[in-house]
Design a protein around this ligand. Structure first.
Ligand SMILES: [Zn+2]
Length: 178
């Protein structure tokens, strides 16, 4: 069985400090705050900065969070609309490779994220109301509230990654307009 959530990252998360005790509604609030948070982090930066320990740029992390939200929103919708509760794992690195995350314009990545968050919040809210429970191929039972917390952590964690990238990188002049 694949480790996930607090058992994988620690509680609080050993990296970003995320606390897993938040309610599902609070988790939705975290995700709804991500577009403004990422936009703020990238303001005045190119979005293409690199960190020696990380393979992705700040804009690439935005694209990853977007695709992760879309994937899980779609799975919860599949359970709710079609009764498809058995879901496979997916490989985020293959998605990144296929979509060339590091070459996506930061403004476009942020635009995509805003739309993904809106759809995700609607899907997760409906799934919570209906008590959706997924059966994940490698993680086992994933309740809608587990998905809400996991996805909120993913966004929070990668905001921390972006902060790490930008901390050691000088802003370029003039800043790219997002
Ligand atoms: Zn974390």
């Amino acid at each position: 069985m694949e480790k996930w959530g607090a058992s994988l990252f620690g509680d609080p998360c050993g990296g970003c400090g995320f606390q897993w005790s938040l309610s599902p509604r609070e988790a939705i609030g975290v995700v709804e705050g991500l577009p403004a948070r990422f936009r703020g982090l990238l303001a005045g930066r190119t979005g293409f900065e690199r960190h020696p320990d990380l393979g992705w740029t700040p804009a690439a992390y935005v694209s990853h969070v977007t695709d992760n939200l879309r994937n899980w929103a779609e799975r919860l919708a599949g359970a709710r609309l079609s009764g498809a509760v058995d879901v496979p794992g997916y490989d985020p690195d293959l998605v990144a490779q296929a979509r060339h995350y590091n070459e996506i314009a930061p403004g476009a990545a942020l635009w995509s994220l805003e739309h993904a968050v809106e759809a995700w919040a609607a899907s997760v809210s409906a799934a919570l109301d209906e008590g959706v429970v997924l059966r994940h191929a490698t993680r086992g039972v994933q309740r809608a509230e587990d998905v809400a917390r996991n996805n909120a952590h993913d966004g929070h964690h990668h905001a921390w990654d972006i902060e790490r990238i930008l901390r050691d990188t000088q802003p370029e002049v003039p800043p790219t307009r997002l």
